[in-house]
Design a binder for this molecule. Structure first.
Ligand code: G1P
Length: 296
């Protein structure tokens, strides 16, 4: 029987240099899409998939993330006094219960694989989920839930096709047999050139990992960019445990990129009942400006 996935790791130690100066004193995971920080979308997605324990791998300067998921006495009191019951309910609902959340530090920026390995002592011999908050996914069924519903053991990654010229930003998959959304994976390579890439099916930041991953990561071998890559550990496990990709349903936004982040704000605002109409009107005005600019 497939073991239930109860824990999720959120690597949030990165410096976020692509979003300077916004991220000089604020974690990039706290950047809001509309009115909610990226990390909260990731935590809510994990919760919706039945995750019960949340492990954040943080670094210096990331304490705003801990505060965000903690109780705020001042805010609670002020909102109660002012009768702001909806806001109060919203901030209560997002709290993680005591014992449900752990923060550990990745002391050195040695890569995603190293960040995941830092959480090894907080995980028993059980499969675990990893979510990268930069990858924001708008979907009817949250992406991680889609994956856990399809999970039958081994390693499973979320995947989507990207234009060939962009594959060098991703872990790229060598594809075997396909059945519906499920793809058997024969190989994986981190950030190859378009010419060297085995396909244009790429890993998006959602993983369900066999616990054997920690031994592989523990070798601390350096890969692409001189970092300890999760991709390389996954590649070494091929043949020992099943490896699949899940072509998820939904729209993914690369919030580690300025244009992707801008688009995520547009898409999420347009989806909102309270903001959609007003935002559509604004967009209409800009579309006109854009059209006249490109003519001129
Ligand atoms: C990481 C992974 C890469 C994956 C990507 C998804 O790269 O190393 O394999 O495709 O996330 O967003 P990063 O974006 O941290 O460079």
């Amino acid at each position: 029987m497939t073991r239930r996935v109860r824990k999720a790791i959120f690597p949030v130690g990165g410096l976020g240099t692509r979003f300077l100066p916004a991220t000089k004193a604020m974690p990039k995971e706290m950047l809001p899409v509309v009115d909610k920080p990226l990390i909260q979308y990731a935590v809510e997605e994990a919760r919706a998939a039945g995750i019960e324990e949340f492990i954040f791998v943080t670094g210096r300067g990331k304490s705003a993330i801990e505060d965000h998921f903690d109780f705020s006495y001042e805010l609670d009191r002020v909102l109660s006094e002012r009768g702001r019951t909806a806001d109060l309910a919203a901030i209560k609902a997002m709290l993680l219960r005591p014992g449900q959340v752990a923060y550990i530090r990745q002391q050195e920026p040695l890569g995603l694989g190293h960040a995941v390995w830092c959480a090894r002592n907080l995980v028993d011999d059980e499969p675990i989920a990893v979510l990268l908050a930069d990858d924001l996914i708008l979907a009817q069924t949250p992406c991680l839930k889609q994956m856990l519903d399809a999970y039958t053991g081994g390693n499973l990654v979320a995947a989507m096709e990207v234009p060939r010229e962009q594959v060098s930003r991703y872990g790229v998959l060598d594809i075997g047999a396909e059945s519906g959304q499920r793809v058997e994976i024969k190989g994986i390579v981190e950030k190859p050139t378009p010419e060297a890439a085995p396909s244009n099916l790429c890993v998006i930041g959602r993983y369900v990992l066999d616990p054997g991953i920690f031994d592989e990561l523990g070798r601390l071998d350096r890969g692409a960019g001189g970092e300890v890559q999760l991709t390389d550990a996954l590649a070494r496990m091929i043949g020992r445990v099943p490896f699949h990709a899940h072509r998820f349903e939904g729209r993914r936004f690369d919030c580690g990129d300025k244009v992707g982040f801008f688009e995520a704000n547009l898409a999420f605002a347009l989806e909102r009942e309270d903001l959609g109409a007003a935002c559509r009107a604004v967009l209409g005005r800009y579309a006109k400006v854009g059209a006249s600019r490109s003519k001129g």
